[in-house]
Design a protein around this ligand. Structure first.
Ligand SMILES: [Zn+2]
Ligand SMILES: [Zn+2]
Length: 269
């Protein structure tokens, strides 16, 4: 059974439930470990739209202290709150961003890519609709390069939603499987776990991130995995967890990762 859930959002960023509602829902769902991971987005080009769905830049300390408060109140022998954050990766500034985060007691940092340049990959289908196939291919190519650089930075505890650009079904031309393979090899080389993110199942792509064939290949390569709902409201903290567990087993996985104080352990499925 999947008993951990580390990728979740609250009203600190773009979630609709408060931290209190999220942690109480996680406890009620019988999870053994739960962490909020609200967005932390410092766009190097001061992309205005990024500010609206990030923790406010002067409120990071308050975010961490609220997480610690709930940890003190709710942790017991069966339930542990972990403290996380979903960090947008930009080659231009990740070192400064990570230096700032180092002063806080995070249990894990999630590495994520939601932008190619200032192009918002997963906000809505709108920006994709006006693109030519060649422009779509360019975004995919740039996205995979960013993910490989994220892995090579060796700064994160796991990667968010590996193949996020598929969300609205604007897929690359044939022949892009080599880019994916190269990216998986980078995850293997730099020992970066990926998540089975169940939120994709309710998006236009109708598939978790990443899909079955990619998870199978990741398992062959020995890339560690974990399951997350990427919940933005309290009702979703364990959404599709039984389906995700079955899929991981079908792909050959026997363990998932857990995190505490930036150390990884494995739990048998
Ligand atoms: Zn994300
Ligand atoms: Zn997220």
């Amino acid at each position: 059974m999947i008993t951990t859930s580390y990728h979740n959002h609250s009203t600190w960023s773009d979630g609709s439930s408060t931290p209190e509602e999220m942690v109480l829902a996680a406890k009620a769902a019988g999870l053994s470990e739960f962490g909020l991971s609200d967005h932390w987005v410092i766009h190097p080009n001061k992309c205005k739209d990024s500010v609206s769905w990030s923790i406010k830049l002067d409120r990071l300390e308050k975010y961490v202290s609220e997480c610690l408060t709930w940890k003190q109140r709710l942790d017991d022998e069966n339930f542990t709150i972990r403290i996380g954050i979903e960090v947008d990766f930009f080659e231009e500034n990740y070192q400064q961003v990570l230096a700032q985060l180092r002063q806080f007691p995070f249990d894990y940092l999630i590495g994520a890519v939601h932008y190619f340049g200032t192009f918002p990959i997963d906000h809505s289908a709108g920006p994709w609709q006006s693109l030519s196939q060649q422009q779509i291919d360019d975004i995919w190519r740039g996205y995979w390069r960013k993910i490989r650089n994220l892995a090579a930075s060796q700064s994160f505890d796991f990667l968010a939603h590996l193949d996020l650009p598929k969300k609205f079904n604007f897929l690359p031309s044939e022949g892009f499987s080599a880019e994916l393979e190269e990216t998986l090899l980078a995850l293997q080389k730099f020992d970066l776990p990926l998540e089975l993110n169940t939120a994709g199942w309710v998006k236009p792509c109708s598939e978790c991130y990443p899909g079955k064939a990619t998870l199978k290949r990741a398992c062959q390569l020995g890339i560690p995995v974990l399951v997350n709902a990427d919940a933005h409201q309290k009702e979703h903290v364990t959404r599709f967890f039984p389906e995700a567990e079955q899929l991981l087993k079908d792909c050959g996985y026997q363990q998932v990762c857990s995190f505490a104080s930036r150390q990884r352990k494995f739990i048998n499925l």
